[in-house]
Design a protein around this ligand. Sequence first.
Ligand SMILES: Nc1ncnc2c1ncn2[C@@H]1O[C@H](COP(=O)(O)OP(=O)(O)OP(=O)(O)O)[C@@H](O)[C@H]1O
Length: 296
Amino acid sequence: MTPLLEAWGLGRRYGRRWALAECTVRIPAGRVAGLVGANGAGKSTLLALAAGMLAPSAGTVRVLGERPAARLAKVAYVAQDAPLYAGLTVAEHLRLGARLNPRWDAAFARARTDRLGLDPARRAGRLSGGQRAQLALTLGLAKRPELLLLDESAAALDPLARRDFRAALLEAVAADGLSVLLASHLVADLERTCDHLVVLADGRVRVSGDIDDLLAGHHRLTGPRRDPGTLPRGQHVVAAVHAARQSSMVVRTDGPILDPAWEVGEVGLEDLVIAYMSGEPVARPAAARAKLAWRA
Ligand SMILES: Nc1ncnc2c1ncn2[C@@H]1O[C@H](COP(=O)(O)OP(=O)(O)OP(=O)(O)O)[C@@H](O)[C@H]1O
């Protein structure tokens, strides 16, 4: 099946600074994929490259098997700042959507704006941040895309609106086989919504995979203080924190942990995300390693 997104050595530079570098990733189709990372990690840059809004400085990106420019009709991109025309009303946005998109679902768009209580005569510039985000999402979904690229648009929503937003998204996934790539800081939301995860740190992909596989392949080890470099081959330390006599590590491994000195615990999604966001490869000086933190 054609992947939702594939990138090889993808990079984007602003001046001399790389916003995204050496990004090689493959996200299977039919997934709701969460893209997480600290502020400035490169999430928006990756989404804008996938949407064809930015040109790569290096490497290649394919969405639904094609160059982004060839997929504009099948991809909806809802950017971080809910891109709307401040002077146009809600109804005018829906009319514009209908004119620009061949697969426009007018009944869905009208029903959703009605249900959300968005006054058709109200100009977008007069809507609240959350209402603008809801309108932008409605425009994205009414396009009936094959892929929805969503940039933190849920952040401005209140908890009820977020629940509605997630439900609308999952409904479209179930009904239309929509694929989604969703950048967010809200790990709890991602846990409820996503089945695939990509973690970015400093413009690089730290980990990517189906969430069930990732959770099954990571463990939290707690035991007597130990240099992470002494762990057996095949046990990759993602993040480690050391006290005077104890070490706690998040470890990626395919096989069982046989060393009886370790207490082996499960890793939750938030732990995993934070480990990859804060962790560094093991080949660091012990002093620097000791500073690395992950949530216990
Ligand atoms: N137009 C631009 N000009 C110069 N630098 C930019 C530009 N856009 C982004 N950057 C830089 O690229 C890096 C990645 O930015 P990006 O917006 O992709 O991060 P992000 O992960 O989406 O962050 P956030 O969570 O804060 O939205 C940052 O260091 C940012 O300052």
